[in-house]
Design a protein around this ligand. Sequence first.
Ligand code: UDX
Ligand code: UDX
Ligand code: ADP
Length: 434
Amino acid sequence: MQIKKVSCFGAGYVGGPTMAVMASKCPEQTFIVYDINEQQIQKWNSKQYPVYEENLDEYVNKTIHKNLIFTSDIDLALKDCDIAFLAVNTPSKTYGLGAESQLDISYIDSCLQSIKKYPLTKKLILVEKSTVPIKTADYINAVLQNLNICVLSNPEFLAEGTAIQDLLSPDRVIIGGPLESSKQLASLYEQWVQKDKIIFTNIYSAELSKIVANSFLAQRVSSINSISIICDKIGADVNEISQCVGSDSRIGNKFLKSSVGFGGSCLKKDLLCLIYLCESLQLDEVAQYWRQVYLLNEFQKQRFINLIISSMFNCLRNKVIVILGVTFKAKTNDTRESAALLIIKKLQEEQAILRIYDPQGKIDKLEQCQSLDGIFKGASALVILTEWEEFTKIDYVEAFNQMAKPAYCFDGRNLLQSDLMKSIGFLYYGLGRV
Ligand code: UDX
Ligand code: UDX
Ligand code: ADP
C-alpha cells in the first residue's frame, strides 16, 4: 500500500507542528488535521496559531491549503485515510481511581467512537502519538475489534521552545507494533530522517519508552538537585560538580542544571504515570524508587521557599519582592507546573508585595509588570525563577542602588555570577553554590 492520505486527530501543541513539518517533508502525501474544537481550527487557518514555536509559521505557510489542511469535518479526515495519528490531549486524571497520577484517555476514547461510527473502506493504520498509559493499544484494538485497523505507537519527543528543530532532526523515531504497518509509517519519516534513527520495537516497548524517557529526564534534574542540597551544607559548588560528572561520556552533560525544580506539562505527568504503573503492578520497591524523584522535586521547591523566608528573618510582610520569570523554562510562554506557581503563592501567604515580570508568560488572574522599568525601586529582594537570557543583561549595580537595604537576590536558576553579585553588595543565594 502506498501512503497517500494522512490524518491527525488533535490540532494542538503536538498535532499542529508535527503535521506541518511532515507535510513540508512529504510533498506526495496529503495531511488533514482534524479537531473537534472549531475555534482551534479557525486559529490555524487564520494565522493566529494556538501555539507559539520558533519557525512554526514558515512550515505552516509553506504547506497550508496545499498538502496541509486544518478542518473540523470528520468525513474529510477519515475518507480514504491510510494513516491516522491520535494527538489529542492526555492529561493526568482528575477524578476516580488513579486521580492525579494515571493518564486520562477519555479524549482518545472519543476519537475511537468517531472512527467506530465511520464506514472505513480500506485498512487504517492508527498511530498513538500522544503519551498514553501502557497497553492503550490493547484498549484501541478491543474497541475497534471488527474494523480493518492496525494500531502502532509512535511517541512524540518534542520539547517546548525547540519543537520544530526536534521534529526536523529527531534523536530517534520510535515505531512500535506489527512490522508491515510500522514500515509503512516509517516510509513517511524516511523522507527526511536517516534510516538508522528509526527504531522498531514491540508496541508495549514503544508506549513505555516515552514515559521512561521523561522519567529519566526528571530523575536527572532531581539527582543534581539532591546534590545541590549537599553542596549547600559543605561548601562545594553544584555547577562544578555538573561539569566534573557530566564530562564522563557514560553520564553525559545534558540535563544536569540545578534548578528550583522541574516543571512543564510532561515530566511530572509522565513520572506519575510510571509510578502508577508500578503500583498497579504491585511493584512497591520500584514505585518508591521513582516516587522519590517526584518527592525530591517537591522538596527542592519547598527548600527554596524556606531559604527565602528564613534568610529574610521570617519578616516579608509589606516588603516588595521582585519575581523574575514565571514560565517553567525559558523560550516558552507556558506556565504549567512551573515552580513559580507555588513560590508566588507562598510569598503571597507571607503578605509580601510582589512585582512579577516575565517576557512571555502570564499566570491567570495575577497582576504582572509589563517591563522591568522601575521594578527594582524600593524592593527588598529579587527572586529568579526562569533562566531568561534577558535577566543576565540587567544592570544589577543600578538595580542594587534602587533597592532597599539589605538587598537580597535568590537565584533559583544559578543564572548569575555569585561573586559578582556579592561584590555589588547583594546578599546572594543560589542553589548549591558558595
Ligand atoms: C567503576 C567506574 O566505572 C570507574 O569510573 C571507577 O573509577 C571505578 O568504578 P568498575 O567498578 O570497574 O568501574 O566497573 P563499571 O564498568 O563501572 O561497572 C560497575 C558495575 O555496574 C558492574 O557490575 C557492571 O556489570 C554494572 N553495569 C554497568 C550494569 O549492570 N549495567 C550497565 O549498563 C553498566
Ligand atoms: C519534555 C521533554 O524534554 C520532551 O522530550 C517531551 O516530549 C516533553 O517533555 P518540556 O516539558 O518542553 O519537554 O521541557 P524540558 O526541556 O524537558 O524541561 C523540563 C523542566 O526541567 C523545565 O522546568 C526545565 O527548566 C527543567 N530542567 C531541565 C532543569 O531544571 N534542569 C535541567 O538541566 C534541564
Ligand atoms: P497536546 O499537547 O497533547 O497536543 P493540546 O491540548 O495542545 O494537547 O491539543 C489537543 C487537541 O485535541 C485540542 O485542540 C482538542 O480540542 C483536541 N481534541 C480533543 N478531543 C478530540 C477529539 N475527540 N477529536 C478531535 N480533536 C480532539
